[in-house]
Design a protein around this ligand. Structure first.
Ligand code: ADP
Ligand code: ASP
Ligand code: MG
Length: 424
């Protein structure tokens, strides 16, 4: 007997038929003798619909009211699922389990009431928990940020010491890149936590980054798999080593076929800002970035150009949603202060990143990346690197071409045996 946490995303809960399917899968696991905790998202599109309603009232809705309202999407799906499971003759209990801090819209989990969950499991019930949300010490509803149900699932799995946390979604695992961008994307049997963390932080929305952090920190066995695939119906549970979905592993040794690059991530939420004609002397970077930091805006990539006749250009990126706010801070507090010529904002950019632990032991990844982009006439606006990733900022219209050509060049294509990577 195992203790399994299953998380079902929006598409998996997207209609009454899909919810009935989820109930059937949960029942099969339960019938096989396992204890099952189910974490669910709102039905697909519902969270967006609720957020849109709030935005029609205010660009900056009251955070407490906002959380109270957007958390209702999951309240509907937990009750529908509880009804569906009970219809199949299995006991199911909804359980409020997550206590968070009071940081509305991006709350952090503080504790989990595992005692009540265990009692219900021991009584033979399936336990159902609303994803994406918690309550603070005063009983206010809080939410964990978009995609937060993944984190709910992993956190509960960690608190219960579950044998596996299964993230059921609309693709059958983690792919070399978003399969919506190239049909040649290949499913990975395994990926390391470290790589998954990079992929998530660089824009792959398959798992919320905090869920991967949690899983790594608490050693939660984590698997991404499809709720649409009837082969995952609970019959593989006899042997968790089966090649179902993608397992996120700690072990670097048997990293997927020893590929140098394991995946390509991209982020459409970037915006670029250029502060032009700033005097090139000590303190300028701090004079530009400190007021932005004080305004709670996160900066991603940074480049300072070579100085020409004593002045230079300073370029950086922020989340696209923060572009207007950042421009305002720069115009109000920085431009005249440092004597910059002009400040330009551009939201037509995307960041494309190669990720792979194999980069540590292979030179030439960046140069093959730049060569491939050059051959495709794609101009690189900014570059940043770390031990296991290389990122470039390019114009947004080139995203698909960039991902497809890099996917081929680095030997990641599904059918394509030949690639330039052999020469690395
Ligand atoms: P859910 O509603 O189940 O949480 P999400 O939409 O949040 O589902 O995540 C699943 C989606 O993530 C897929 O449909 C796919 O388009 C996207 N995705 C992005 N990068 C990847 C990747 N590397 N592998 C698989 N899917 C990815
Ligand atoms: N429903 C929430 C969202 O759309 C949480 C989730 O699905 O993970 O962001
Ligand atoms: Mg998701």
């Amino acid at each position: 007997m195992a203790l399994i946490v299953q998380k079902y995303g929006g598409t998996s809960m997207g209609s009454i038929d899909r919810i009935k399917n989820v109930a059937k899968r949960v029942k099969r696991w339960h019938d096989n003798g396992h204890q099952v905790v189910v974490v669910v998202s709102a039905m697909s599109g519902e969270t967006n619909r609720l957020i849109d309603l709030a935005r029609q009232i205010s660009n900056h809705p009251d955070p407490r009211e906002y959380d109270q309202m957007v958390s209702t999407g999951e309240q509907v799906s937990i009750s529908l699922l509880a009804m569906a499971i009970k219809e199949l003759g299995v006991g199911a209990r909804r359980q409020v389990a997550i206590k968070t801090d009071g940081a509305h819209n991006k709350a952090r989990i503080e504790s989990i009431d595992d005692k009540n969950i265990r009692e219900q499991l021991d009584a033979g019930n399936v336990v159902i928990v609303a994803g994406f949300q918690g309550i603070d010490e005063y009983g206010n509803a809080t939410t964990l940020g978009r995609g937060g149900s993944d984190t709910t699932g992993v956190a509960i799995a960690a608190a219960l010491g579950a044998d596996e946390c299964q993230i059921y979604t609309d693709v059958d695992g983690v792919y070399t890149t978003d399969p919506r961008v190239t049909s040649k994307a290949k499913k990975l049997e395994k990926i390391t936590f470290e790589e998954m963390l990079e992929m998530a932080s660089l824009g792959s929305k398959i798992l919320q980054i905090r869920s991967v952090e949690f899983a790594g920190k608490y050693g939660v066995p984590l698997r991404v798999l499809s709720s649409f695939d009837e082969n995952n119906d609970g019959s593989f549970d006899q042997d968790f080593q089966d090649n179902v979905g993608t397992l996120i592993t700690i072990d670097e040794g048997d990293n997927m076929e020893q590929a140098i690059i394991s995946g390509i991530a991209f982020n459409r939420d970037e915006a670029k800002i250029v502060v032009r004609g700033v005097p090139d002397h000590p303190g300028i970077a701090s004079a530009i970035l400190s007021p932005i930091g004080r305004a709670n805006i996160e900066i991603d990539m940074i480049v300072q150009n070579l100085s020409d006749q004593g002045t230079t250009d300073f370029t950086f990126t922020v989340n696209r949603a923060d572009l207007d706010k950042t421009m305002k801070v720069l115009n109000d507090e920085v431009k005249d202060e440092i004597g910059a010529k002009e400040i330009l904002g551009n939201s037509e950019v995307v960041k494309v990143s190669l990720v792979g632990v194999g980069m540590r032991s292979h030179a030439g990844v960046a140069s093959l990346m730049f060569q491939t982009l050059a051959e495709n006439n794609i101009n690189i606006q900014m570059i940043s690197t770390s031990e296991i990733k290389v990122s470039v900022l390019i114009q947004d219209q080139h995203l698909e071409k960039a991902v497809k050509s890099l996917h081929t060049a680095f030997g990641l294509d599904r059918e394509d045996g030949e690639s330039k990577i052999a020469g690395l």
